[in-house]
Design a protein around this ligand. Structure first.
Ligand SMILES: Cc1ncc(COP(=O)(O)O)c(C=O)c1O
Length: 459
């Protein structure tokens, strides 16, 4: 029995016709030793006994021993249409043999085809059509904030508490969870406003008698904490790292109105919610009936390629041309080709419909578990962006932190890879590649059922 294997009776994974290639590289222990010696310890690993993944196919991963896992977190919400999707693999192989890099100082067809395809997927009449390509979400958010400041001539930026917007200097300040911040001086002018987190209402109120105080109080922050003129408001339409926090339906409409009355631009961080993941809509913000002035993207945009983007209106984008600005790898022919293929596959394989239907099926199964396991305090999310918040007690809602960590470990022992998040680290994050099937969802729910029972029994 390997060190990562439990004695638990296994629930079989759905049949997969992919056979992983024999692995001939260094052992897991050798990799771990080298990593501890030579890789910065800030580069996180999951699990007490980290697993080594050497191959992926669609919704499945394999470790160096040939053991198969269902990937329910997709490289942290990054693999949108499937690991090593055959169409993408073939196109990228051909592109890598032809041209990998020159920088955007020369023309190349891939970047314009992708920029046009992205613009066509923005809401009609929004004029969101001018894109700057980056390598990651943090860079895209940095650019959005820069453009908002240049366009408005103002400085103050509002973000939500419990948000995650990246790990660079500016985005670490936009991020509003202390564990993601280092004790160094932050960027000035960032103000954090309450999230629409009904399960843990920041005001201790209940929806709808709360009258959406979380949203209306944003005006107080502007009036008390800024000079009354702001540059921007940036938010995730559903908070991802923060624990799949879905706001009440009116929340964003109220805040967008307030922000625009005070002259600010609205930025939707679609790094996790974009590209059909929420099922009903292509973009997360469309679930709330609002249209932002800028959309930032990464992760699912590239199905694993280092790719980010900021799309905005031409008059806002124009500010970038007033100085020299350069991103060496942004828009390289390989990454943008991968991005373009993702857009095509989402359409060709009805991925949005799958996210809606399969995601709805999975959510129902998770809600059934909530009736059975007292550890589950809340099940929430849309499409294939789901979260399960674990609590010790339904009344006090005391976060079940150790239990959540235990469930994640036990699930791995049962060949199910889950994510973990939330302010307290007590939310299971379920955001699989969107090619997942209902059989996979049954496997996932049955495993979770068994893990929750194991944790309850061990008390
Ligand atoms: C909503 C959101 N925005 C931005 C980022 C930062 O993206 P990256 O890690 O690609 O810089 C993340 C990463 O998790 C994210 O979840």
């Amino acid at each position: 029995m390997s060190s990562t294997e439990s004695t638990a009776k296994r629930i079989p994974l759905p049949v997969c016709n992919h056979t992983p290639a024999p692995y001939t590289g260094p052992s897991r222990d050798e990799i771990l030793t080298l990593r501890r010696e030579y890789v910065n310890p800030g580069v996180l690993t999951y699990y007490k006994d980290p697993i080594c993944i050497v191959e992926g196919h669609m919704q499945y991963l394999w470790d160096e021993t040939g053991r198969q896992y269902l990937d329910a977190i997709a490289g942290i919400v990054t693999v949108s249409v499937g690991h090593c999707h055959p169409k993408i693999t073939e196109l990228v192989r051909e592109q890598v043999g032809r041209l990998v890099h020159t920088t955007t100082i020369y023309l190349n067809p891939n970047i314009v085809k992708f920029a046009e395809a992205l613009a066509k997927r923005m809401p009609e009449g929004s004029d969101l059509k001018s894109t700057y390509f980056t390598n990651a979400g943090s860079e895209a958010n940095e650019l959005a904030i820069l453009m908002a400041k240049l366009h408005t001539g103002r400085h103050d930026v509002l973000t939500l508490r419990n948000s995650y917007h990246g790990g660079s200097q500016v985005t670490m300040n936009l991020t509003a969870v202390g564990t993601w911040k280092y004790p160094v001086p932050g960027a000035s002018g960032v103000k954090h406003v309450p999230p629409g987190y009904c399960y843990r209402c920041p005001f201790g109120l209940e929806y709808p008698s709360c009258d959406l105080k979380c949203a209306t109080s944003v005006e107080d922050v502007i009036r008390y904490e800024t000079c009354g003129e702001i540059a921007a408001f940036i938010a995730e339409p559903i908070q991802g790292v923060g624990g799949t926090v879905v706001p009440p339906p009116e929340y964003f409409g109220i805040i967008y109105d307030i922000v625009r009355r005070y002259g600010g631009l609205c930025i939707a961080d679609e790094v996790q919610t974009g590209f059909a993941r929420t099922g009903d809509q292509y973009w997360g913000f469309q679930n709330w009936g609002v249209t932002p002035d800028m959309v930032t993207m990464a992760k699912g945009i590239g199905n694993g390629a280092p790719l980010g983007a900021c799309t905005t209106k031409p008059e806002i984008a124009a500010h970038m041309a007033k100085r020299l600005h350069f991103n060496t790898y942004g828009g390289n022919p390989v990454s943008v080709l991968q991005g373009l293929s993702v857009l095509e596959i989402i359409d060709e394989e009805n991925i949005q419909q799958k996210a809606r239907e399969v995601g709805g099926y999975l959510k129902d199964r998770l809600l059934e578990l909530k009736d059975k396991h007292t550890l589950i305090g809340d099940v929430r999310g849309m499409g294939l962006m789901l979260g399960v918040e674990l609590v010790k007690d339904h009344k006090s809602k005391e976060p079940a932190v150790a239990e959540t960590a235990r469930v994640v470990e036990l699930a791995k022992d049962r060949s199910l890879l889950l994510g973990k998040g939330g302010y307290y680290g007590n939310v299971l994050r379920i955001k699989p590649p969107m090619c997942i099937t209902k059989d996979d969802c049954d496997f996932l729910a049955d495993c979770l059922d068994a893990c929750l029972a194991d944790v309850a029994d061990s008390k």
